[in-house]
Structure formats: structure tokens, C-alpha cells
Design a protein around this ligand. Sequence first.
Ligand code: GDP
Ligand code: MG
Length: 433
Amino acid sequence: LGASLRDSLRKLNSGVSVSEEQVQEVLNDISRALIEADVSVKLVQEMKNKIKVTLATAGDSSMNKKKLVQKAVQDELVSLLEPATKPYQMSRKKPNVLLFVGLQGAGKTTTIAKFAGYYARKGWKVSMVCCDSFRAGAFDQLKQNATKLRIPFYGSYTEADPVLIAEKGVAQFRKEKYEIILIDTSGRHKQESGLFEEMQEISAAVRPNSTVFVMDGTQGQAVYDQAAGFHDAVDVGSVIVTKLDGHAKGGGALSAVAATQSPIIFLGTGEHFDDFEPFKARSFVSKLLGYGDMRGHMEAIKEVRNSDGTKELEANMRKGKFTLRNFFTTMENMNKVGPLSKMMGGMGSMGGGKDIKNFKFMMDSMKDEELDGFVDLSLRTPERNKRVLRIAKGSGCHPAMVENMLHMYNAQKPMLQKMKGALDPKAQKQAEH
Ligand code: GDP
Ligand code: MG
């Protein structure tokens, strides 16, 4: 199962005091979750060390420590995402020239359209220049976007020199007093010196007010080198992360910020022009922290769903049957997937790790006829009491614990039997959504 971040933070809240080992364990869990979310190992290690220092200097009140770990993790991630460099502030009534760079497919052309639409709606005079003479169809793509958004554009089907196009386009829009001039560039699949040279030449020719690095949010560790390469070449001033819709983990964004020491300004969250939002570090961090959690959770649900025990449980429930074997399965499942207990009808607070272990021992000491519902263990007949003693002895549990387990089973049985109707395929489909 994936590391469950919130669970590990919760662990800290369950005990009265917090030991060094517990703090260490939580930090390890958090680190694992962040690495799973594509945050680079190096960044995670640095963060861990900083948090340890924070904790060491925060005094040793254990109540404080619990909150401190949570807050330290969040604050540290937020501060990683908020470098000292502030993003370029555009001013009205003068040309603000922005150069967009990034690898092919990162989302530059789409992002420029979104960016243009965003500011045009706010009343800015926006224009775009297409300097991608490398990829066939690049100019058409920008032209189509610009036309849809009713934004003036500049480009050429015949001119092969991107530097020349940039110079001419920017000169024209400067003259026409555009407030925002967005320059779209080409990217290559890999970073090559040719690409960086081209970016440097364009940058030197148009002297942009700021350079925006556009990165694909679904990319992980590779982003650091990419971002560093562009930063070395053209001095990146801000970052836009695209494709944060769907299953993107987003951790690569931290690497881009670290490599460029530049803030993220917008996020792209889809292919439409409206799928564009100003970056908010706190909410981004919450999602990042939730990622490991959610993934672990989904995996656990899948595992539980596909287990033989669950299949048998469901098959029995469809028949209005609920055996002790099924009961143990629900307990095990609840242990694996906390919130699933809600779906199962809120079975109280029992079924923690220790109970599960004891349940398992009891189950191992039971006969098939008992597990599969062929023997009635609800009425306290002498024969039934003998069975309880046998199970207690075999499992090493006190007879009272066996009674307790049977009590829970008997309490749940009518509830689960009533769920018969809820298990037809149609109702199940709905529950999945
Ligand atoms: P460029 O080569 O850097 O100019 O990248 P493009 O703007 O042409 O985008 C490459 C692909 O990514 C296109 O299919 C876009 O529709 C898609 N794309 C861009 N931004 C996003 C986004 O935020 N979410 C999703 N799902 N797709 C995106
Ligand atoms: Mg493009």
C-alpha cells in the first residue's frame, strides 16, 4: 500500500506523548508520500533536515510537537514553492514582453492562449507572436487560438528564422501600443544546445521583461535538469505548470521552482482556455500532501474489492446471508480501508489492528461449520458454550473476548442482511461514483 500521509500525521495525534521515534516515523512516511508524488529525493531530504531543526528548536512540549510536525511539513513545502524572487509585475500602458520557453509538448502554445484570454478579459491589450518555425503547423495552432480569442497575432509561413520573426512581431506590437506581447517559441523533444542557443538569440533580440518556463505537470524528476537548462540559457523569471488535471502528481513543480528560483504563477488544468488558475501555494501543498493519501486509499479499496473474502461476502449478502467468515472479512477490510466502514454501515470503533490480530487467531481456531454459518452460536446452550471455550483456548484469547466478538457479529448480522438490496449491480455502479 502507498504511504498514507494523513494517517501518519494522525498517528501523532493518537498518543498522549510523542517520542523521537514517532516523529522520525512520521517524517519517513511523509517523505515516502512526497517522493511518490514526484518530489525529488534531494528536496525531500533537505526538507526533512529543516523540519528536524525546527522541531529541535521548538522546545519539548509533546502537545506542541504533534501540531508542530504537521505545520512544519506544510510550511516547509509552501516556502519551497515561494522563493525570494517575486514574479514580474506587469504595468499598464506600456509594453510587457513575455517570452515563453519549454520543451515541445509542455503546453506553451496552449498556455499562451490561456494567458492571453485571462488578461484580455481583464481589459488588457494583448497580442501574440509565433516564433515556432520548427514544428509544422505551429503557426496555424497559434493562429486558430488567437482567432477564437479575438487576439491579434504575428507569425509567418515562409520565414524560417525565429529570431527575425520575433524582432518583427514585437516591434510591430510595441508600435501599436500593445500592453502584453506574448512570444511563443519552439521546443524540441530533448534539451539540445541548439534549442538553448535559439532561445538565447530570441531573448537577446527582443529583450523580454520576463521569461516564463512552461512545464508539463505530469513529469517528475526530469523537470529539474530541464528547468535548470532553460534558466541557465535565458534567465527564467516564473513558471507555469500545465496538465494538472487528471492524474498528475504535481511534485515536479517543486523541482522547477528549486532549479529556477522562480515562483509558479499559473496552473493549467485542462485543454480549454478556461482551464487556467492563478497559483496558490497553500492549496497546491494540500493537494500534494493528499496525493499519497488518496493513492494509498484507492489502492486499498481496489485490493479489498478484488479479494476472495470480499467476493464471498458479497455473494452471501446477495443471498441475505452473513457468516462469521464474512464478519472477519468486513473487519479485515475496515482495517485496510478506514472510510469503507461508512459504506458498510458504520460499525463502530472496533476492529483496530490489535482486534484484527485476535480475530484472526479466533478464526483459525474455529471449524468450517462454525465459520460458514452451519452452527448457531447466538443462543447460550451448553454445547455452544463448550465451543466458545474451545475457541478461546485455541486462540489464546480470554473467553470474554470470544463472547465479545460473537456479540459484535450478532449485532451486525441483521444490518448486513438488510443490505441485500443494496448489492444489485446497478446500486453498486452508483456507489462507485
Ligand atoms: P507546446 O509544444 O509546448 O506548444 O505544447 P502545446 O500547447 O501544443 O500542448 C501540447 C498538448 O498538451 C496539446 O495537446 C494540448 O492540448 C495539451 N495541453 C496543454 N496544456 C494542457 C493542460 O493544462 N491540460 C491538459 N490535459 N492538456 C494540456
Ligand atoms: Mg507550441
